[in-house]
Design a protein around this ligand. Structure first.
Ligand SMILES: CC(C)(COP(=O)(O)OP(=O)(O)OC[C@H]1O[C@@H](n2cnc3c(N)ncnc32)[C@H](O)[C@@H]1OP(=O)(O)O)[C@@H](O)C(=O)NCCC(=O)NCCS
Length: 184
């Protein structure tokens, strides 16, 4: 099992099928908090759903080498990070992330993402990582800005969530910007 130690009791692990129950429990505990912004957290109701989610991550990992990971804190699932498919024409991917309500507000996601961004930029030599958040998702946008992503603009009514068209704030980080950030 791949484990990356983030320090202070936190670790990243590639999501594997034996963690389906832990994932389902985590989502159940945080359904309202996560479901406000992410449709899949509302839809995941059964162990089979959780396994399907993890399988999708493992399939993507086999295809493009970008893992979907769980964030663990003191042995309990605390959140996760995923990547969207790679656009090979422009060497670009997109990143998504979530935390449990109990562990928000202490910098865990910022730390976890700093580590995970090494995958696209350092291991796969991609040129761009995009990130999109509901314009009203202030905490998610703050994470993007804290990590040095550049705000590109708003894609109006470009996403459907809970039967409503949502405006998405879009951000990106380019490889040369990532390298410059590593030097500070
Ligand atoms: C988006 C989400 C992961 C952000 O969580 P978060 O806890 O704000 O992010 P971090 O773990 O990086 O913590 C940052 C907070 O910890 C504080 N913090 C404390 N120590 C810190 C440190 N060493 N480094 C950075 N931040 C630190 C920051 O000041 C910030 O708090 P503030 O916004 O009140 O100033 C979380 O809100 C979430 O999961 N939401 C639901 C799902 C979701 O929206 N996902 C994104 C979809 S686009």
């Amino acid at each position: 099992m791949f484990t990356y130690d983030l320090g202070e009791g936190a670790a990243l692990q590639i999501l594997e099928l034996h963690q389906a129950s832990a994932l389902l429990e985590f989502v159940k505990e945080n359904r309202e908090y996560l479901g406000k912004w992410m449709g899949w957290a509302k839809d995941m109701q059964t162990r089979e759903d959780a396994e399907g989610f993890i399988k999708r991550g493992l399939t993507r990992f086999n295809e493009n080498g970008l893992p979907w990971v769980g964030i663990w804190l003191e042995g309990r699932m605390a959140g996760g990070i995923l990547f969207f498919p790679v656009d090979e024409a422009i060497n670009s991917t997109e990143i998504g992330y979530w935390l449990g309500q109990q562990v928000a507000g202490r910098g865990l996601m910022t730390r976890a993402l700093r580590s995970m961004l090494r995958y696209p930029f350092e291991f796969l030599k991609l040129n761009r990582v995009g990130l999109q958040a509901d314009v009203r998702n202030i905490r998610s946008r703050a994470v993007a800005e804290r990590l040095g992503f550049t705000f590109e603009g708003i894609r109006r009514q470009s996403w459907m969530h809970d039967g409503q068209l949502i405006d998405l704030a879009t951000y990106s980080l380019l490889a040369h910007e990532w390298r410059e950030l590593q030097q500070h």
